[in-house]
Design a protein around this ligand. Structure first.
Ligand SMILES: C[S@@+](CC[C@H](N)C(=O)[O-])C[C@H]1O[C@@H](n2cnc3c(N)ncnc32)[C@H](O)[C@@H]1O
Length: 538
């Protein structure tokens, strides 16, 4: 069954597909998926994450209760424990006693646990699991494709064996074969449930959601909230359009994307792949560009003319830089490693291709490096401004995309902090740079902060669920900032701008009080990356 507003179709070259039966506006929720067959945290984090609702101990800020039988699975409360027992833990609980006895561990690697769960649910004749994973089940497995890849298949054999042994299942050739087929289906259909807020991963598999095919220029995206996946339109979708999401980071170069898609066993024929388009070329064709009128990059012309006046570097150069960067990035993320990674971005930086990886990832990492050291802390602000105006809008042309909203929220928080320090004169003491200090001194950082918060509240309301932590936090901060004494006039103008960005007076104020200082700060970023960050001087 397909969710309301969609229907299942079958295409000759791509198998089953999900197609819209009515139009969806950009940002609109297409469907929610709350009854996954698999929803589990990654390996060892099953000890620090509620095994049912998948909220982490850190986000809940309290200790979790452990299953008294297996002493492995943990829960945030008795209702989650009962619900998990019903959906799967009843079948898998004894497995963890075996694991402890055999290898002295209280967790299993994610794929092993996932395969064991499916096999145990099949054994218990669970209807949904049978319909998806049973003989003639709905899920594509690309079994032959995996079998042809010797290295992958050898890996699958080990994982399948572990699932059968720890699952306490009959160790027959038939069971092992079945376990490998289950693994193929999981690999093809499960989502990496990357939690944007905590950075925690895990896997999520829902049989209906698995019907969605891939494109590197998708028209939809998925967000996760606890045990629910939400499918939203990334741009307007017309009735009759196939709904497509990206299985991988679609901003990476073509060969890196192809490497990521290898495990799905198909050749992507999207325009980005066929014409080998870079991030800017894709952004320039995006139908959601006009939404950026209400954003930190309201100069819509930039979407079609950027990078300005520079010769584009070839995709081969991008590939080489990214490959070298990936090796370097794996070696560390401290200041020295980040500086080395930045050097590998040189060719792209000279061409001003700021939104092309590995530049954004390196700058984002530099933000963390700055924040870890009091003498460089303030540099995080110009670097984040740069990401918000020169990288994120071109990588994610829709301003409601959660990663983009998160970047603006990061700025709001930094500004709240620098405003507090400037007011107490603490910033001048810690700010490592005179020019930065001067820009901050003359800017109204509270106005900038409020502008950011209004953007977050506006876009998160469109592209995320009401209880998204970032949205809640932004609303609370906005309430505080709005009610600060002495800023009634500024706040009224920003409120007016949020309601009508075309209002001349409000728009001019937003430009003067928010956009101009953000651009001035961003202008310092490359100098910081090229030198000051690594040898701060005053
Ligand atoms: C999650 S499933 C999607 C549903 C699948 N089409 C089916 O019939 O069950 C992933 C598999 O769908 C196919 N697929 C997804 N996107 C595709 C695309 N753009 N072109 C061709 N095949 C695609 C590949 O076989 C891939 O391994």
């Amino acid at each position: 069954m397909a969710p309301l507003g969609t229907r299942l179709t079958v295409t000759p070259k791509r198998g089953q597909a999900l197609t819209a039966t009515r139009p969806f506006a950009a940002g609109e929720l297409v469907a929610t998926f709350s009854n996954p067959i698999l929803a589990l945290p990654d390996g060892p984090s099953m000890r620090t994450t509620c095994n049912y609702c998948l909220r982490t101990r850190a986000s809940l800020n309290r200790s979790l209760r452990t299953c008294s039988a297996c002493k492995a699975a943990v829960y945030c409360d008795p209702s989650c424990q009962r619900a998990h027992w019903k959906v799967v833990h009843k079948a898998e609980c004894a497995m963890f006693t075996r694991v402890r006895t055999n290898v002295g561990k209280d967790w299993l690697p994610t794929p092993t646990r996932a395969v064991a769960q499916v096999l145990l649910l099949l054994q218990a004749r669970d209807a949904a699991t049978e319909a998806a994973f049973g003989k003639g089940g709905t899920l594509e497995g690309n079994v032959q494709g995996f079998r042809d890849d010797e290295k992958v298949w050898a890996d699958f054999e080990l994982q399948a064996m572990a699932a059968v042994v720890y699952g306490g299942l009959l160790e027959s050739e038939e069971m092992l074969q079945r376990a490998k087929e289950v693994l193929c289906k999981i690999q093809t259909n499960a989502f990496n449930r990357l939690d944007a807020d905590t950075g925690m991963a895990g896997i999520f598999l829902d049989a209906e959601l698995s019907m969605i095919n891939h494109s590197c220029v998708p028209n939809a995206f998925i967000g996760f909230d606890k045990r629910t996946a939400m499918l939203r339109a990334e741009r307007d979708i017309a009735a009759g359009d196939e709904i497509e999401i990206s299985y991988i980071d679609n901003n990476l170069s073509r060969s890196t994307r192809q490497e990521g898609l290898r495990l799905y066993h198909f050749e992507c024929k999207c325009p980005r792949c066929v014409d080998d388009l870079d991030t800017y070329q894709v952004a320039s064709k995006s139908p959601v560009i006009p939404l950026n009128k209400f954003s930190l990059q309201p100069d819509l012309g930039r979407f079609t003319t950027t990078p300005v006046g520079a010769a584009r570097v070839s995709s081969a150069t991008v590939e080489t830089a990214y490959k070298a960067w990936r090796i370097e990035a794996a070696s560390g993320n401290d200041a020295i490693a980040t500086q080395r990674q930045w050097k590998l971005c040189k060719a792209l930086a000279e061409a001003k291709m700021w939104a092309v990886e590995p530049i954004p990832s390196t700058i984002l990492q530099a933000v963390s490096v700055c924040q870890a050291n009091p003498s460089t802390w303030a540099y995080a602000l110009p670097l984040s401004c740069f990401l918000a105006i020169e990288c994120d809008p071109f990588k994610l042309a829709a301003p409601f995309m959660p990663w983009r909203v998160k970047g603006v929220m990061m700025l709001a928080k930094l500004l709240g902090e620098t405003a507090r320090l400037t007011a107490t004169e603490g910033l001048a003491k810690t700010c490592p740079d005179k020019t930065l200090d001067e820009v901050l001194e003359k800017s109204d950082q509270m106005c900038m902060c409020e502008g950011m918060l209004r953007l977050v509240v506006h876009w998160a309301t469109i592209g995320a669920s009401e209880d998204w932590e970032i949205l809640q936090e932004a609303k609370e901060m906005l309430q505080e900032v709005e009610t600060l004494e002495g800023r009634e006039k500024e706040s009224a103008l920003l409120r007016k701008w949020a309601m009508d960005p075309d209002d001349p007076e409000a728009n001019a104020f937003f430009k003067y009080a928010v956009l101009n200082p953000v651009n001035e700060l961003a202008a310092l970023a490359i100098g910081i990356m090229d030198g000051q960050l690594w040898s701060p001087s005053r």
